[in-house]
Design a protein. Structure first.
Length: 275
């Protein structure tokens, strides 16, 4: 399994779109891994998590062919994770795709309400509503949605996912604070090979809606204690905000001693298929 991090920032990007804070100024000056776009991950060239407004930038920067994406999995309807206006660009006359098998999109009811799916059918896009606690066949993979600890208001919700393919269990944990008790219980059915965890708050204390360094460390510890993860599990922190105050090297200095990799835009991870 190849995991390609296309973007690793929170909603405002890093440096923030309008921001003049010291941390954003340092990121501009240093460049490289300190420049972060809105979060998305691509897996094996056919699966993609989230569709941010920076997707076109990702296509150009990482030399992607989005026509090869067959399955698009959306965590929630916030625009930094789901920008449906660009999905319409998949249809004629904006795109000419040969032998088009179409694109299947997965999300909850709020993602369903955020786009005109009847109109998007003209772009060969099909929507599939998913529910927490159920399982779904997604191409050659299986998908297990769970309720995220994120913006629980007006009866809205977001999702985290366990993604199974080639014998590998991957947790996609954006956007979520420390998991709800019932989610911890549900995760005990899995043995994770790789876990992507939200670290938006960085050096700030944060347990709800998003996590910070203290919370992701505690999450890893609890996963090890409950056998959801093992010493071989790859833990990756991602989805960072400049408000957390730590640049890439500083994040590595804080998180590596606790067994974390720190994601950056363009990072690729290869996980060998399991029997």
């Amino acid at each position: 399994m190849e995991i390609h991090f296309l973007g690793t920032a929170a909603a405002e990007g890093w440096p923030g779109v309008f921001c003049q804070c010291t941390v954003c100024q340092k990121a501009r000056a240093l460049g490289g891994k300190n420049i972060r776009t809105r979060s998305s991950v691509q897996i094996d060239g056919e699966y993609k998590f989230d569709f941010p407004p920076d997707t076109y930038h990702h296509v150009l920067t990482h030399d992607l062919d989005l026509a090869n994406i067959r399955h698009l999995i959306i965590t929630h309807d916030h625009e930094d994770h789901f920008y449906p206006q660009d999905l319409a660009m998949r249809g004629e006359p904006f795109a000419h795709i040969q032998d088009d098998p179409g694109l299947d999109v997965y999300g909850n009811i709020w993602v369903e309400k955020a786009a005109d799916w009847d109109e998007l059918k003209e772009a060969e896009i099909r929507f599939h509503k998913v529910e927490p606690g159920s399982s779904y066949k997604v191409g050659e993979a299986a998908l297990y949605p769970f309720t995220a600890n994120h913006y629980q208001y007006a009866n809205k919700s977001a999702l985290i996912y366990v993604f199974q393919k080639d014998g590998i269990n991957l947790l996609y944990g954006n956007d979520s604070g420390f998991f709800f008790d019932h989610v911890w219980t549900a995760l005990e059915q899995f043995e994770l090979d790789i876990a992507l965890l939200d670290c938006t708050n960085g050096n700030l204390d944060g347990w709800d809606s998003h996590m910070g360094i203290e919370a992701v460390i505690k999450t890893r510890e609890k996963m090890l204690e409950t056998n959801i993860a093992s010493k071989e599990t790859i833990f990756i922190a991602t989805h960072f905000s400049h408000n957390g105050g730590l640049l890439h090297e500083e994040l590595e200095a804080r998180l590596k001693p606790y067994g974390f990799l720190v994601a950056y835009d363009g990072m690729k991870i290869e996980v060998p298929s399991l029997p």
